[in-house]
Write a protein that binds this ligand. Structure first.
Ligand SMILES: Cc1cc2nc3c(=O)[nH]c(=O)nc-3n(C[C@H](O)[C@H](O)[C@H](O)COP(=O)(O)OP(=O)(O)OC[C@H]3O[C@@H](n4cnc5c(N)ncnc54)[C@H](O)[C@@H]3O)c2cc1C
Ligand code: SF4
Length: 646
């Protein structure tokens, strides 16, 4: 029996659930010498889902650095640079005679489904009389005979998800493989495309060895296409499929089952209550003992201290960026080659700037970003959390999301380190106001865990919701990352183009707010977010874009839509001063588009919004608008939207 461990590209941490487990089972040195670890760098997804260039560099460079880290720790780590994920996995298992393949539950649901599909199809195409009888798959409705098992420690949250047995509402159209178009895009990330497989190996330093180990294999058999039927092609004989064994994720603080237990039976899943439970459960920012334990400082939430408008000349500390090392330079060159190849095939270029690239790409560098945040920005995190300032893309934000999401940092270690550095008892912490410390911890222990828990709790129909039946296609300037004519939008898009980053309020109150007001197709906008952001993952996009940003879930997450006129942007940013539009105007050619769209949105959906008690005040304002004024505003909105049509 040879044991293989598949590490996915967002699980780049030696605390990965499987590695310590195998060390425990076989002893550390035997596990490292005899089990094989596989990491796959696949480029086929880009055919359908072109990602921001800097995101690609981050993903692939971080993966290669992790391979080096594993090898330095004594693991037999293999890296495959390929087009097709499925083909690479099968070839590797065959090459090393892998009989048991261990993997940690992916954060993104479709990734698990795709992996099971690969193994299942492999199994059914290579019936092996020696293969042991395997338990039936634990997926509701699955017809596959996949050779996979769930590790005994794992129970599935789907078993108690509220979606499980309910008829699908807003059921999206499925293709001949039973996939929706969104599923297909996600599945493409571990592509089933019938591409020629090219393998390149990395040397011990993690550098690609040109020509080394170059193997050309025949295409995998299951060629899924979004628009057509599967085209069966001859299957290379890879022998019997290994047994795929899932392990519960160690990447989050709350397991899916714990979240489900918390959520079960609650009428409203309020983030604030979840966050307080997390503070108690993990003993974060608490004082006292036993039943008398209370939140540090006597209150749970300091949000009211953290909403300041930007003052004149407000500037945050310079973030910590890194010079690309040899591995990163090789990946940058690869992305440049990919671009050239796309160009030669008449495909659109990848979005975003490739250089200068300064993101951390290893755990070592990510830890340095955390320490730099603590030293330079933690104290100032709170007050200007919601501020947006031209020329200041990062202010006091931590820039930690890409690293936590890839596994380079574990959320608990980040929270504990922040608490240690900022706790009033720490010698150097006197300058860290509790409001700032609590503010950032709430984002990670509260919002981040809540977002992940909800993603699995709400189930697979959630991303297809479209409460307002919005269907407008995305304007071309979103894809171009500029030239909308609106100063707020163009500033945020320019910053996004440069690094793949925008901070929370820019995402929520400029980008998503525009999408909500303009009635952009929620699924198309979610995919756009997913492609453009340095920290984009399915699990975090859905609740943030579909739920918080667009209210496409009809209020399962937010109690009211985050809809705001230009007035909010003017109050919280410096953008309006340099804009060709007038933020005080609601109609006419100079009117701020956020104003006309805001009133148009309220008027369009007045009946639905009237039912929401938290919208009562604004609906009253709408009702008080003279009809001729509302007509002029709506005509301005219509003219704006007409001009955006692709
Ligand atoms: C429309 C929209 C899209 C978003 N897309 C993503 C995304 O693709 N990936 C992503 O990681 N976050 C996303 N977020 C959440 C949040 O905006 C980012 O996590 C944050 O801006 C990352 O920057 P930072 O590390 O400087 O965060 P900080 O402001 O410094 O916050 C600290 C940390 O808290 C966590 N956090 C804060 N808010 C959230 C949240 N709402 N959900 C989950 N985690 C949170 C992140 O890990 C972040 O690193 C999105 C929010 C919105 C409204
Ligand atoms: S005036 Fe309107 S469009 Fe211009 S920056 Fe302000 S909010 Fe944005």
């Amino acid at each position: 029996m040879t044991i293989g461990i598949l590490v996915l590209s967002d699980q780049l941490n030696q605390r990965h659930a499987v590695l310590p487990l195998l060390e425990e089972r076989f002893g550390a040195s035997d596990a490292r010498r005899h089990c094989r670890v596989l990491l796959i760098e696949s480029s086929a997804p880009l055919e359908r889902m072109p990602l921001h260039r800097q995101r690609l560099v981050l993903l692939w460079s971080a993966l290669r650095h992790f391979v080096v880290e594993l090898r330095e720790a004594g693991w037999q780590a293999d890296h495959r640079e390929v087009e097709s994920f499925g083909g690479a996995l099968r070839a590797w298992c065959a090459e090393h005679g892998i009989t048991e393949l261990h993997a940690m539950e992916p954060a993104d649901r479709p990734v698990r489904e795709a992996l099971e599909r690969i193994i299942s199809r492999w199994e059914s195409s290579n019936p092996d009389p020696r293969a042991p009888d395997l338990p039936a798959p634990d997926r509701t409705g699955s017809k596959s005979s996949a050779a996979y098992q769930t590790h005994p420690d794992q129970t599935r949250s789907e078993a108690i998800s509220p979606e499980k047995n309910s008829p699908e509402k807003n059921s999206p159209e499925k293709n001949s493989l039973g996939l929706t178009s969104r599923d297909q895009i996600i599945l493409d990330q571990i592509s089933l495309d019938p591409k020629t497989l090219e393998q390149t190996t990395l040397n011990q330093n993690g550098h690609a060895e040109p020509g080394s180990g170059l193997a050309r294999l025949r295409p995998p058999r299951f060629a899924g296409s979004l628009h057509g039927s599967p085209k069966p092609t001859p299957e290379p004989n890879f022998g019997a499929a290994p047994t795929l064994i899932w392990h519960p994720s160690s990447a989050f603080l709350w397991s899916r089952e714990e979240f489900a237990t918390w959520a079960h039976g609650r009428r409203q899943l309020r983030m604030e209550l979840f966050y307080r439970e997390g503070r108690r459960r993990f003993g974060v920012l608490m004082e006292g003992e036993g039943p008398s334990v209370t939140p540090l400082g006597g209150q749970w939430n300091f949000d009211h201290d953290n909403r300041r408008s930007p003052t004149k000349g407000l500037a945050g500390p310079t973030p910590l960026w890194f010079e690309p090392d040899t591995i990163t330079l090789e990946v940058i060159a690869k992305v440049r080659r990919l671009d050239a190849s796309r160009d030669s095939r008449g495909l659109a270029p990848l979005p975003g700037d490739l250089e200068p690239f300064g993101w951390a790409v290893s755990r070592h560098q990510a830890l340095a970003v955390l320490e730099h945040f603590i030293a330079t920005r933690l104290a100032g995190f709170g007050p200007y959390q919601d501020a947006m300032v031209s020329g200041q893309p990062t202010l006091w934000h931590s820039l930690l999301s890409p690293f936590i999401n890839l596994g380079l940092l574990h959320p608990l270690e980040v929270i504990q380190r922040l608490e240690q550095a900022g706790h009033p008892s720490a010698v150097a912490a006197t300058a860290v106001p509790l409001a700032s410390l609590e503010g950032v911890i709430r984002q990670i222990l509260g919002w981040r865990e809540y977002t992940h828990g909800l993603y699995h709790w709400l189930g697979p129909t959630y991303p297809h919701l479209n409460h307002f039946q919005a269907s407008r296609p995305l304007p071309a300037w979103l894809e171009q990352l500029g030239c909308s004519g609106m100063a707020c939008m163009d500033t945020v898009l320019a910053e996004l183009k440069a690094t793949g980053y925008a901070h929370h309020i820019q995402r929520l109150m400029v980008l998503a707010n525009y999408g909500l007001l303009a009635g952009l197709d929620p699924q198309a906008l979610t995919t756009w977010f997913h492609r453009q952001f340095i920290d984009g993952h399915d699990w975090v996009m859905q609740t943030n874009v579909i739920g918080m940003g667009l209210f496409a879930d009809g209020g399962r997450l937010a109690s009211k839509p985050y809809a705001a006129s230009g007035n909010y942007i003017n109050r919280m940013s410096t953008y309006c001063k340099g804009c060709r539009f007038n933020v005080k105007q609601r109609s006419g050619t100079d009117a701020c588009p956020f104003n006309s769209l805001y009133w148009d949105f309220l008027a369009r959906h007045a009946d639905q919004l009237r039912a929401n008690p938290r919208m009562g005040l604004v609906i009253k304002q709408l009702d008080r608008l003279p009809p001729e004024e509302l007509a002029a505003i709506r005509a301005t909105a219509a003219a704006h939207l007409m001009a955006q049509a692709p």
